[in-house]
Design a protein around this ligand. Structure first.
Ligand code: AMP
Length: 417
């Protein structure tokens, strides 16, 4: 039976873990519900010097979807020379046409090229690297892949997307993120998973304690490289990359190509193909405006008004610190909104639960700090509200990228004094 030799008995593989991480054998479930935050990658303190951002940069009309020239993909999923199981799973997921990054990156990746993808969040990056990786894993018995993401939430989201694309493959994976049970991770690593997904700090911990040997890993993905460098992971990343097989294929994804990222690319990649699908400096399909309010009393009243407005759907509210996020979530709860919060001071279990409820629309409002919110892919967020202005304009772009995903028009409102 095809791929049966790769199956093992613990049940911790894609074909058996079912739709959600509810019980037994699913690495996702175990990793998402125990332990306390190590603080790594989850609780960046606000910097003291905030970048001055002219409020006019928070105002921009969305490009109405009908006016956007529709991207005509050069390929269909059927054109790609990928394993039939993957094609089948893509159909089941309801993907009809490749997104621009998929259309342009996958053909190069399938012939073994290193790929640098410059793309905004929500553009379909995950499938762009997952399909070529899974195709190789299904065809090369000794291939192994490492996927690194800046935050636990993003690592978990990548795992979810991979799980559905790899359904029925029998491939093993391990998720190595901070704030979750080390013993479960050690057990999963003993299965010699073909895919390891994780955050830099925890991956490094495993390498150092000898539980993860990367010398046979011949595929590497770095997702949101720019974020990882912002978060100070550069040395961890260099350390991890140095431990991989010398002969390897690399996929780097980033929203920007700053000099530090170019340097990383020049050091670790070999003649990469650069695919850029970035459309502008902010999400084109996000309608952006400011809300003028002075003083905390006026601010909370205006926020209440916005959240009560009938056009406001699922809303992500950003505030600055763990404490202010907690306080705001509590205030909104008392005002009757279905709200929870995520920040680095919460346990991984609490963060995962809040995100799940938000995804399932059991909450309308999620209040978050920047770091905790990175990589959140909740398809139907209508509004992003910056209750406090972000530290940098780059943070702003990342914040508002949470709304208006997958071609929908989103709204971003920024409170200014
Ligand atoms: P990502 O940028 O990988 O986080 O993907 C953003 C969202 O787009 C996710 O909800 C994906 O499930 C969805 N998506 C990715 N590729 C496609 C596609 N080809 N067609 C439709 N939806 C997609």
């Amino acid at each position: 039976m095809p791929y049966s030799s790769q199956r093992r008995s613990s049940g911790n593989n894609y074909s058996r873990s079912g739709g959600s991480s509810s019980r037994g054998g699913g690495q996702f479930d175990r990793s998402g519900s125990r332990g306390f935050s190590s603080g790594r990658g989850g609780s960046r303190k606000p910097k003291f010097s905030k970048q001055y951002i002219d409020p006019s940069r928070f105002i921009k009309r969305a490009v109405v979807t009908t006016e956007v020239p529709e991207y005509v993909p050069v390929h269909t999923f059927a054109d790609f020379d990928i394993h039939p199981l993957l094609k089948q799973n893509i159909i089941e997921k309801g993907y009809i046409n490749p997104s621009p990054i998929q259309d342009q990156a996958i053909p190069h990746a399938l012939i073994g090229k290193d790929v640098v993808g410059i793309a905004n969040t929500g553009t379909g990056k995950t499938a762009a690297f997952s399909l070529p990786i899974l195709h190789r894993l299904l065809n090369e018995p000794f291939a192994r892949a490492l996927i690194i993401a800046p935050t636990r939430e993003l690592a978990q989201q990548i795992e979810e997307e991979l799980r559905s694309i790899a359904k029925g493959s029998g491939l093993f994976r391990a998720v190595l993120i901070g704030g979750s049970n080390m013993r479960d991770q050690l057990r999963d690593l003993k299965d010699l998973p073909s895919i390891v997904i994780g955050t830099p700090g925890r991956i490094k911990d495993h390498i150092e304690r000898g539980s993860l040997d990367l010398s046979t890993f011949n595929m590497i993905t770095l997702d949101e490289v720019d974020r990882m460098l912002d978060m100070g992971f550069i040395n961890d990343i260099r350390f991890i990359l140095d431990n991989l097989a010398a002969e390897r294929q690399s996929f780097f994804f980033s929203a920007t190509l700053e000099p530090s990222i170019r340097e990383l690319i020049n050091t670790f990649l070999s003649e990469p193909v650069v695919v850029s699908v970035k459309t502008g400096e902010t999400s084109e399909n996000v309608e952006q405006n400011i809300v003028r309010a002075s003083g905390s009393a006026e601010k909370i009243e205006k926020l209440h008004e916005i959240l009560n407005h009938e056009a406001t759907g699922k809303t992500l509210v950003f505030d600055e610190t763990q404490r202010s996020v907690e306080r705001l979530a509590k205030e909104l709860q008392e005002r009757g909104f279905k709200v929870d919060s995520i920040h680095g001071g919460k346990t991984q279990g609490q963060r995962t639960r809040a995100l799940k409820q938000f995804k399932e629309s059991k909450l309308n409002v999620l209040v978050a700090t920047d770091v905790a919110a990175r990589g959140i892919d909740v398809a139907d967020i209508t509004h992003v509200i910056n209750y406090t202005t972000p530290q940098t304009y780059d943070d702003y772009v990342h914040r508002i990228g949470r709304a208006g995903r997958a071609g929908r028009t989103g709204f971003a409102l920024t409170f200014v004094d």
